[in-house]
Design a binder for this molecule. Structure first.
Ligand SMILES: Cc1cc2nc3c(=O)[nH]c(=O)nc-3n(C[C@H](O)[C@H](O)[C@H](O)COP(=O)(O)OP(=O)(O)OC[C@H]3O[C@@H](n4cnc5c(N)ncnc54)[C@H](O)[C@@H]3O)c2cc1C
Length: 385
């Protein structure tokens, strides 16, 4: 995409956000509606069927959202554009509820949560998820719970991963699109202090009675579809993390350059400059990883996405931790760097905990050592076929 077209996209995003940004919490629904009304959500994708993301536009959107809105609002948008809409779009047939929900989400008229992390088991152990759907003739009943779900308190639907067979196998799951207003659905508030605007909640499904029209995609395909799409969420997370780090480093440098100390400023102190320089090196590593993965995005490579995810969690923590420390007590002001650092800890948890990512990377140690960084994509492209 040309710089000019990308510039126009940025201007359109800014114009759409202008009336709805501001305020500590941000009005998430108003932001989502504003983006949808200008067709900016739909314009993030290369095509209408697979909803493959345009990386440059996604990067610009996340940069602009990060600049103007609280982390929670960005999270709400991020999970929908990177995961929910593509998942729904690839599975929905015309005239179905899923197609209607995907269309409404694209127009910014509906918010759809992604409910995968089960309340009964570790989120890194999806095969053990216990939320169940029972399908019999015309009756569909869902029981269980999903924890730490973004948009849970502000969604119209939750696209929920449900077990339909007992065996511990990736084919034992299917998607159910559960209306938030359905009897038996309840939500408990979580995470508001750090993530205002995200609508985070623990969702409970108590004998939620639905119809076959609420089933999305083929039975047994849900985990495969999710595994394919989670790479896009990890990619979006990397672009967002990079924007956060660059913004906070820039403001930290400004702060250091204007903070009087020893007849000069903190920026004049060699020890402080070195600490800041190490953060720039970390940012350069993140940039390089993003550039590498960006150039190979056409290749389906779960391991490359996992390596990126693990690197992002570590890089954000190192950079924002140092920026918070460099601000001293000031970092603890409302909305300060120490608070942002705590919230940004989610880059090492949401969408896959770093420990679980490292375990998967270690499983591929031989291949990664043999092939090197570039090889990660080639190896896993072959393996996943
Ligand atoms: C802000 C936020 C937003 C979220 N939004 C959503 C959402 O919209 N939808 C959704 O479905 N979920 C969401 N989640 C949940 C998130 O996906 C899970 O928290 C994540 O998958 C990790 O699961 P867990 O919290 O149960 O931790 P666990 O997986 O239980 O991990 C606990 C600890 O054990 C380590 N660990 C786990 N497994 C292994 C392993 N195999 N090897 C080594 N170490 C391991 C982890 O690294 C971690 O340190 C969100 C979470 C947060 C914090």
């Amino acid at each position: 995409m040309g710089e000019c077209e990308l510039g126009e996209f940025r201007s359109a995003v800014r114009a759409s956000l202008r009336p709805v940004s501001g305020g500590a919490c941000g009005d998430t629904r108003a932001v989502w509606r504003a983006l949808g009304q200008r067709a900016l959500i739909g314009s993030l994708y290369h095509d209408d069927v697979r909803r493959k993301l345009r990386s440059e536009r996604l990067g610009v959107l996340l940069e602009e959202l990060d600049r103007q809105l609280p982390v929670g609002v960005v999270l709400s948008v991020c999970v929908q554009v990177a995961t929910v809409i593509p998942l729904l779009a690839t599975m929905a047939r015309a005239g179905t509820l899923a197609a209607d929900a995907a269309g409404a989400a694209l127009r910014g008229e509906a918010i759809v949560a992604l409910a995968v992390t089960d309340s009964a088991v570790s989120g890194s152990s999806l095969l053990d998820a216990q939320t169940r759907v029972r399908v019999a003739a015309d009756a569909v009943v869902v029981d269980g719970g999903k924890d730490w779900i973004t948009n849970a308190r502000q969604c119209d639907y939750a696209l929920s991963l449900c077990r339909h067979a007992e065996s511990r196998h990736f084919t034992s799951f299917r998607w159910v699109l559960i209306p938030a207003a359905a009897p038996g659905v309840s939500v408990i508030n979580v995470g508001d202090a750090l993530f205002p605007g995200a609508g985070l909640g623990n969702v409970r499904f108590d004998r939620v009675a639905l119809t076959p029209g609420h089933l999305v995609g083929l039975p047994g395909r849900a985990l495969t579809a999710f595994s394919r799409q989670i790479g896009a969420e990890r990619w979006a997370g990397a672009l967002w993390a990079r924007a956060v780090c660059r913004r906070v480093l820039a403001s930290t440098r400004e702060w250091l350059m204007h903070r009087p100390s020893n007849c000069g400023t903190l920026w004049d102190n060699a020890a402080i400059r070195e600490r800041f320089a190490r953060c720039l090196v970390e940012l350069a590593r993140l940039d390089a990883l993003c550039a590498h993965r960006g150039a190979t995005r056409d290749e389906d490579s779960p391991v490359a996405d996992i390596v990126l995810k693990a690197a992002v969690g570590d890089a954000v923590d190192r950079i924002l931790g140092e920026c918070a420390d460099l601000h001293g007590a000031e970092s603890f002001r409302d909305g300060g760097e120490a608070i942002l650092r705590a919230a940004a800890g989610m880059f090492g948890v949401a969408g896959g905990a770093t420990g679980a990512m490292l375990a998967a990377i270690a499983d591929h140690a031989d291949a990664i050592l043999l092939e090197g960084a570039r090889g990660i994509c080639d190896i896993t492209a072959t393996r996943s076929n």
